[in-house]
Design a protein around this ligand. Sequence first.
Ligand SMILES: Nc1nc2c(ncn2[C@@H]2O[C@H](COP(=O)(O)OP(=O)(O)OP(=O)(O)O)[C@@H](O)[C@H]2O)c(=O)[nH]1
Ligand SMILES: [Mg+2]
Length: 435
Amino acid sequence: MTDEQKPSESSASHLQLARESLRDLLADPRVPVKIREALADDYSQVQGLLDKLEHGHVHIAVFGRVSVGKSSVLNALLGEPMFSTSPVHGETKKSAMQSWEEYDTGGVFLIDTPGINEIGGEAREQLAKDVASRVDLILFVIDGDITDTELGALRLLTQQQRPLLVVLNKSDQYSGDDLSALMTVIATRLEGLVERRNLVTVCADPAAQTVVHVSEDGTETESRRAVTPDVTELKTRLWEILEAEGQTLSALNAGLFASDLSDAVATKIVALRKELGDRVIRTYCVSKGVAVAINPVPVADLFAAAFIDGAMIWHLSRLYDLPVTRAEAGSLVKVIVTQAAALMGTVWAVHLVSSALKLGSGGVSVLATAGTQGAVAYYSTFVVGKVAEKYLMQGKSWGEGGPKRVVREILDSLDRNSILEQAKSDIRRKLKSFK
Ligand SMILES: Nc1nc2c(ncn2[C@@H]2O[C@H](COP(=O)(O)OP(=O)(O)OP(=O)(O)O)[C@@H](O)[C@H]2O)c(=O)[nH]1
Ligand SMILES: [Mg+2]
């Protein structure tokens, strides 16, 4: 194994890992459809990069304002009009790819993209990131002095650590002197951003020239003569880069992509667990609230409460891949409830008073107090759920301050009144659905 092969192999194994973990997540039925779709996109990108790595493919994409001649530049490189061009802005609507056969070792692909004008700052930023994270080399096409918008986009793209060439197209529109003056200005603006040797001029689709013929009798006729495109400077620089870095380009890119991706997926998983956890907690809160509201026996209320809380923790622990037994879940409930009871005496007291009220009276007052008691039960399950979630998030640990600190932090972070309001409306809705 030579040293040059190493980066490509470690990128490949990174990607392989990323692919496997994504595939597992995609197969997990607990993952909601939306997130699964988002992961499916990542998955197909990883798959694409793996294929690319395996075959040593290099992807080169054009980027730039509408009508600067992006598609024309690619056609000139290909020597064939493979991409559609037009004087009308916005001709290219979506990305498309063609193999560049001229580069003998093969495996080099040219990718056309739509112009960047039509989209706003944030969308442009996203597009820049997407393009740059997938391709190995960027051709940033301009057709005159570089604008502020272009400089902004260019800055975003150069952050991505990919080789980038700035291609000044339509050189036929300038006289020799004007062109060199223009190049000097552009090179100055690009200082610190793009190396001078990575700024090239081309004329991808020059306008036809008018030729005047003077015949022997002095009559003049005009004809139009097609001018051949010239992309030599670009081709030369591209080949230099491909010769020097060829295979490692895609390996480097894949490595960067894999590390970005694992961060992105980790963030998604955390968010996903949080979202699912919230849903689990709320479901149990409603069950307990309803059970307590409709159950006329207070002792049974409390029994149902502990049972439901235990089931919730059992369910949450599976979500966090740190499964607990029923017994462990039960003792966790005890720990949390003891701490919470000490810290929020009043609510617990209300719960008990309310239970007592329900026992002592009948008829209308049963209904009136049942709702309140249900809401309090809902709230207590909410607290237990949030505390248990924190314990699981910390890898089944209370951390330094023990359970007391965690319970206090959760209690401080909750807006009790709005949760009680939520509880009442959730319980009311559920009770209506029974009728
Ligand atoms: N004079 C001159 N015109 C050119 C040159 N290259 C492209 N054009 C013209 O510029 C216009 C736009 O070219 P396209 O290649 O479609 O530009 P694009 O950047 O792909 O445009 P969108 O896909 O709309 O973003 C066409 O009319 C081309 O003929 C050139 O080197 N010189
Ligand atoms: Mg185009």
